[in-house]
Design a protein around this ligand. Structure first.
Ligand code: ATP
Ligand code: MG
Length: 455
């Protein structure tokens, strides 16, 4: 048993149907497998006959850890740990006994399955099953054969590089390799749903970044840490993701102070979508993802979704739209995010909310209120600039809501050069922000920054 060579085998799922593109999917999977097992030691990884092989290069390699990692790679329908031996009947018998003998000793019934991809092997599959079965029965006389529901399965695969002997395959994650469907920006709250949404879309081959809206001091540092923990936990499946934490306090206060309470949530969600849309484009993301589920709350009715969809024009993917909360919870338990999600910290979507939010918002009405809101903010700022002294705070606020230097100059009657000098003297410059990168097991390849005057 000690010097027996053991490997991990990954079996393709949907990618095997990909025709001419299949090579690309296989190369992507190999690259992902390499990243994922990197910290488990040195492995040789290749693909042959629609199967991935992950073979330790030395005794230091941690096969348990590598197996746990490989089991979470999207694109693999099943995985197994397997002993490898020469393509020789006696060697196969001895390997089966030493690798699976202990399991057979505990079982009452068993079955041998054989597959011969290498047709030069002299025995055909039925003969191999029969003869290996007889050999094992001789060593375990109390065993009985049960071809329908055996306690223990012995599977032999005769492939190009050797004979592979293993027990039953473990189901893999299925789906498609991350990155083969493009990149999207996931709107990550601290709740149960959005990490599950990220998992579901990564499963369909999307590489992800996350965006989170935080409104300190209404939302706490612990709430922010919780979101970081969620992004890190899901990265076991999604691979490395950037996490953008957007300071959202002022826009949110502004909506609260200037719009009817019953429209607050819809207006807020549209503004979040617009910001997310802009960051998505800058990051090369082609879609947004949310954890919305139809009719779960007032902002998730068909009418409310129409309003949020119309706020920007990237497609919004909602993988949980037709799922019940209990179904979402069971996935969140499976991917290990549930216990983090239920920690009771406030989210920006739960503060300032109206007692009776509108459930069937009308898009035209919403647009009118937004227009008023924009005008109101501009008007307040313009008045302040026209009538007041240009204090450092006022200048900072004007830049934060994106008033250009030439507009501030026109309204205040101060020259543009002087405005620029005042900004530099008071250190009011665009900051490049990217609060957190959730590095998982490999380096993020996208840039981490966006510019803002919100320090
Ligand atoms: P979740 O469990 O994901 O928090 P929820 O039932 O609490 O979902 P909402 O609060 O209405 O639902 O949010 C719906 C979706 O909007 C979330 O799934 C998420 O995609 C997005 N979202 C909510 N809050 C935030 C936030 N603070 N930052 C980024 N996205 C958010
Ligand atoms: Mg939420």
């Amino acid at each position: 048993m000690q010097d027996m060579q053991e490997v991990i085998i990954g079996y393709q799922g949907e990618m095997s149907l990909k025709g001419l593109n299949r090579n690309q999917f296989e190369s992507a999977t190999i690259k992902i497998l390499r990243y994922r097992v990197k910290d488990a030691g040195r492995f040789r990884i290749w693909c042959a006959q629609s199967t991935f092989y992950i073979e330790p290069e030395d005794a230091e390699a941690d096969l348990d850890l590598a197996f746990a990692r490989v089991s979470k790679v999207f694109g693999l329908a099943a995985v197994s740990r397997s002993a490898v031996c020469e393509k020789d009947f006696d060697a196969i018998c001895q390997t089966a006994e030493s690798y699976l003998g202990a399991a057979l000793a505990r079982a009452r019934t068993f079955k041998v399955e054989a597959r011969r991809a290498d047709k030069t092997f002299p025995m055909d599959s039925p003969a191999l099953m029969r003869e290996l079965g007889a050999y094992l029965l001789e060593r375990h006389p109390r065993l009985k054969v049960d071809v329908h529901d055996p306690d223990c399965k012995v599977i032999v695969e005769i492939r190009d590089r050797g004979a592979y002997v293993h027990g039953p395959k473990t189901p893999g994650e299925g789906g498609l390799p991350v990155g083969t469907s493009g990149r999207a920006l996931n709107m990550l709250s601290g709740g149960i749903d959005s990490p599950v949404a990220a998992y579901r879309m990564a499963k369909r081959g999307l590489a992800l970044d996350h965006i989170h809206f935080a409104s300190p001091p209404y939302t706490s540092e612990r709430a922010r840490r919780k979101v970081i923990a969620l992004a890190q936990h899901t990265s076991v499946y999604t691979g490395s993701c950037n996490l953008f934490v957007v300071p959202y306090t002022r826009p949110q206060e502004c909506i609260r102070d200037n719009a009817p309470p019953m429209l607050f949530t819809v207006l807020m969600r549209r503004s979040m979508m617009r910001i997310a849309g802009q960051i998505a484009r800058r990051q090369g993301c082609e879609a947004l993802i949310t954890g919305e589920s139809l009719a779960q709350v007032a902002s998730q009715t068909v009418q409310a979704i129409r309003c949020t969809d119309a706020a920007q024009d990237l497609p919004v993917l909602r993988p949980l739209i037709g799922m019940d909360k209990s179904e979402i919870v069971s996935i969140s338990r499976k991917i290990d995010t549930y216990e983090i999600s239920i920690q009771p910290f406030e989210d920006c979507c739960t503060i300032f909310v109206a007692k009776h939010p509108v459930t069937k918002p009308n898009l035209n009405v919403i647009r009118r209120h937004e227009h008023n809101l924009d005008e109101r903010i501009d008007e307040l700022m313009e008045n302040a600039l026209k009538t007041g002294e240009l204090t450092v705070d006022l200048l900072r606020e004007a830049k934060r809501i994106e008033f250009p230097d030439n507009v501030i100059a026109r309204l205040t009657g101060i020259s543009q050069e002087e405005i620029k000098k005042q900004r530099y003297d008071n250190n009011i410059r665009a900051a490049y922000k990217m609060v957190d990168t959730c590095g998982a097991e490999f380096d993020a390849e996208t840039p981490y920054f966006y510019s803002t005057y919100d320090h």
